[in-house]
Design a protein around this ligand. Sequence first.
Ligand SMILES: [Fe+2]
Ligand SMILES: [Fe+2]
Length: 346
Amino acid sequence: MVLVVPVVKWNVSFGPNMPELYEAAMSGIDAYSQGYLRQWDASATIRTRPRYRLSATQSLGDLFPAALQPLAAHPAVTALGKGAVEELLVRTAYKFQSEVASIEVEVVTALCNALSVRKLHFALPESARHVALTIATDEVYHAYVAREFIADVQRLSGIEPPSLDGLESQVAKAVSFVKRTAPPEFLGEAETMALCFAENFVTDELFNMWKGVEDDNPFRTILREHLVDEGRHQKFFQNLMRHMWDRLDVAAKDALGRLLPGFLDVFLMDNATMREGAVETLGALGFDRARSLEIMAEAYAGEGDASASKHARKHVAQCTNLIRSSGMLDHAPAREALIESGWAAP
Ligand SMILES: [Fe+2]
Ligand SMILES: [Fe+2]
């Protein structure tokens, strides 16, 4: 608190900006963002380290861990032989890296760019907008690395990767829902909220995948490099969500509270993208759609916790934590909308 007072005094001469600067400085997000920028300079992957590249002798079967792809152990797939299992894993790696490339550029970078310049109904200091630009930079680089990986694997395996044209990730579908549904006057806040939830969830997903892979696997190395940046992003977006929610007026809070359940439903409860991806991957091995859906149902039987209410499901924990830490549950209409839709405990 002592440190930020001079910042406020120095900006008194800017007149109209003074209340905004004062509010931003008092919030803590300004000091946090300035520390973030120093950390980014010292440790961002794009600024500090050479990236991992596949070697010409890389085993194709290690490009995506079989333990993370239940289809690889299905008897109908293993019956086709080792080459088919390897092809399935290569195609799964393609799918994963294609999604990374798409989400990073089309969703996260686009929303970070907007955040850096857009008018908002709450004070956001220049330092935080500058952080948004560093995150956009990181994400474009992650997309570059993902596409480079796909090109390397294509050279190694001779297997044609899927086209990136028309690929729509579940995150992109959820953000499209927000664009369609948010009241136009609160679109900036709604998209910022979607960005905060997406970045919290995706980071946690990557971390959980990383934990499940053996040390010497190239996939683990690639994930580790990505997570160096994502852990930093996740903390920033937790801070940003709290900062925004603390400063919004009742009308904005009402609007976001109404919007969030629908966003989370599309983002976290709809497995259409994953299902269609699996159908396409199995189709490349010769299975028709009906047989692919059967194989999927059998391979994933016993996984997930479909009977639990939405907020209690394991895979949504990072988002329900963000609902709590942001203070959203302190606003009665938002809390009621979340309880009614199953996204918060009664
Ligand atoms: Fe990323
Ligand atoms: Fe990120």
